[in-house]
Design a protein around this ligand. Structure first.
Ligand code: ASP
Length: 326
């Protein structure tokens, strides 16, 4: 008797909990939402995030606040979202590093395949190899020669192991066979400030951060990592044109919520993302920064497919390059 009362009691408790969850999902969102960017403010991911937060607002009917939770190549902010309450009020905007960090860290604090519910792909952004404005080399050929001759004197900025700048910088230095002194920052926003201030020499960074400085001539640019030249920087050669045969890297960005987020909440975020990407102001801003808006892939299936393909691909490449997880 006692046993069955307990059973009825827990069934009642469970159904109350479930209907409370369903009611919350139906009301979603009824207050401000946090978009976690795992890098510093003023950097490339932050630039995309702030435009996107604005563009998603009309569909959500709530303000989306960007929270910069920087450090450890993006893994600190990413794992914070993995541990957040799965109620749709905390979501992550991260890039390719989401799938590279798991093979570069022994414990990145999340599992790319099981910790999250994907929302969709967002943008794809090329990277540029740049240097402080008064750095002696004037083109990529001179840059390679200079780096080989001065490898003990040159510093390379990046946003920590697992960041896109780390990935691209490592691909470049590996390709030319030099090891440079690396200066890690919490994002390429602050790294760019030091490059502009001539405290560091070289960096590989996304066009969403570098375009304005390249155009203004406040940094020197050598090449872009996309297959084709970027329309907004037509004079900048690609790495492949510059003799780096297989050098192509695009920084895809995606959006995720913690695993267990209710389906109605996920659906709402997917429509807000799709509407945000279709927003003409967002599209214009991204085009101006050299980014491609991934409208057709702004859905959970496409992002799942991307991560499933990218995680093993990078793991194999790093293993081949002898990069050990830290
Ligand atoms: N995207 C990063 C940032 O926003 C930097 C990086 O990935 O290298 O700072």
């Amino acid at each position: 008797m006692k046993h069955s009362t307990l059973k009825i009691g827990s069934a009642l408790f469970l159904s109350t909990l479930l209907s409370a969850g369903a009611a919350q999902a139906a009301d979603y969102p009824d207050h401000t939402i946090n978009m976690v960017v795992p890098f510093s403010a003023g950097g490339p991911t932050d630039n995309v995030a702030r435009s996107l937060a604005e563009a998603m607002r009309p569909t959500l009917g709530q303000t989306v606040v960007v929270e910069n939770k920087a450090g450890a190549g993006g893994t600190i902010g990413t794992s914070q979202v993995a541990r957040a309450k799965p109620d749709g009020y905390n979501f992550l905007l991260m890039h390719i590093g989401f799938s590279t960090a798991p093979s570069l860290y022994k414990d990145p604090g999340y599992n790319p395949n099981t910790s999250f519910q994907p929302i969709g792909l967002v943008v794809d952004v090329p990277m540029t190899i740049i240097a402080r404005a008064d750095f002696p080399p004037n083109n990529i050929k001179e840059l390679v020669e200079y780096l080989k001759a001065n490898k003990d004197k040159v510093s390379l900025a990046n946003a920590g192991i697992g960041a896109a700048s780390h990935l691209c910088g490592t691909m470049f230095t590996n390709a030319i066979g030099v090891d440079l002194l690396t200066i890690p920052y919490k994002g390429t926003g602050p790294a760019m400030n030091d490059l502009l201030g001539k405290q560091v020499d070289v960096m590989c960074d996304q066009t969403t951060n570098t375009t304005q400085h390249i155009k203004a001539g406040t940094v020197k640019a050598y090449a872009v990592t996309s297959k084709q030249r970027v329309p907004t920087l037509p004079d900048l050669p690609t790495m492949q044109e510059s003799g780096f045969k297989d050098f192509e890297v695009g920084i895809w960005h995606g959006m995720w919520v913690p695993k267990g987020t209710p389906k109605p909440v996920v659906d709402k975020l997917v429509s807000a993302l799709q509407a945000g990407l279709a927003n003409p102001d967002f599209q214009k801003r991204m085009a101006g920064l050299g980014a491609t808006v991934l409208t057709a892939e702004a859905n959970p299936e496409s992002l799942t497919k991307k991560v499933d393909q990218q995680v093993p691909q990078w793991a194999a490449l790093f293993k081949k390059a002898g990069l050990q997880p830290q």
